[in-house]
Design a protein around this ligand. Structure first.
Ligand SMILES: Nc1ncnc2c1ncn2[C@@H]1O[C@H](COP(=O)(O)OP(=O)(O)OP(=O)(O)O)[C@@H](O)[C@H]1O
Ligand SMILES: [Mg+2]
Length: 231
């Protein structure tokens, strides 16, 4: 389980995360929903140690992460697919994937077949430059790259943003497959309600830096989650 307790974060004088407490159970897909600018990405950056945490604690299984640097969190099984994908446009698809294994003690000589099995399009395009891929393919590449570190907890920030519906479906299926067949734990930040609802085992809603609701994915309609995040 990922356990976040009473997390507070500030940018300058603005109080961005306010006493955030939430849990992410193992081998489940948990979505965190919230409108623009409520602090979702800031929370993920705190989880990865990309920004330091002002107060509160973060633990994955029995390991306190709060004071660990990012690379140590990756070594403990966390992987992060940032908002906007951030792939390397001038490296090939294969090189982009191999970058994701840079944290491992033994660098693999190639991309393992199970990564290409999850994303066959990446195999077809492995010699192409990352920047030549469509937005949806770049998103798949970013997820594939994160999986190269053999994570236990995969954290994704709005993977559906700006990509075509057919690839959104593929990504949803792949995330479910990771949870069900490989027992991965997934924390997904989303604003696209229908996508989130279709794949979530559990949900949390953030509003102005606070967690205001949470429950099983099956209750999202009844709990009025769509209205909570509608703009
Ligand atoms: N580096 C920064 N310096 C100062 N303020 C920031 C910084 N990054 C984000 N903010 C502010 O912090 C708040 C939370 O931003 P954050 O990016 O975490 O929101 P978000 O929920 O991920 O939004 P979106 O859905 O648009 O991605 C916003 O008001 C934003 O303007
Ligand atoms: Mg964001």
């Amino acid at each position: 389980m990922l356990t976040i307790e009473s997390l507070n974060q500030y940018y300058g004088g603005s109080h961005i995360l306010r006493d955030v407490s939430m849990t992410v159970p193992e081998s489940r897909l948990t979505v965190l929903l919230g409108r623009n600018g409520v602090g979702k990405t800031t929370l993920l950056r705190c989880l990865m140690g990309v920004v330091p945490t002002k107060s509160g604690t973060i633990a994955w299984r029995d390991t306190a992460l709060t004071k660990l640097p990012t690379h140590a969190r990756v070594a403990h099984g966390l992987a992060y697919v940032p908002q906007g994908r951030d792939i390397f446009p001038r490296l090939t698809v294969e090189e982009n994937l191999l970058v994701g294994a840079a944290s491992k003690k033994r660098m693999p000589s190639g991309v393992p077949e199970h990564i290409y099995a999850l994303f066959p399009v990446l195999k077809d395009m492995k010699a192409r430059r990352g920047g030549d891929l469509s937005g949806g393919q770049q998103q798949q590449l970013a997820i594939g790259r994160a999986l190269m570190s053999d994570p236990q907890l995969l954290i994704l920030d709005e993977p559906t943003e700006g990509i075509q519906p057919s690839i959104i479906q593929d990504i949803g299926r792949t995330l479910r497959q990771l949870v069900e067949e490989m027992s991965l734990t997934v924390l997904l930040v989303e604003q696209y309600y229908d996508f989130a609802k279709a794949i979530a085992d559990g949900y949390w809603v953030m509003r102005r830096g606070e967690i205001v609701a949470g429950g099983p994915g099956a209750d999202m309609d009844a709990d009025g989650v769509r209205e909570m995040i509608a703009v």
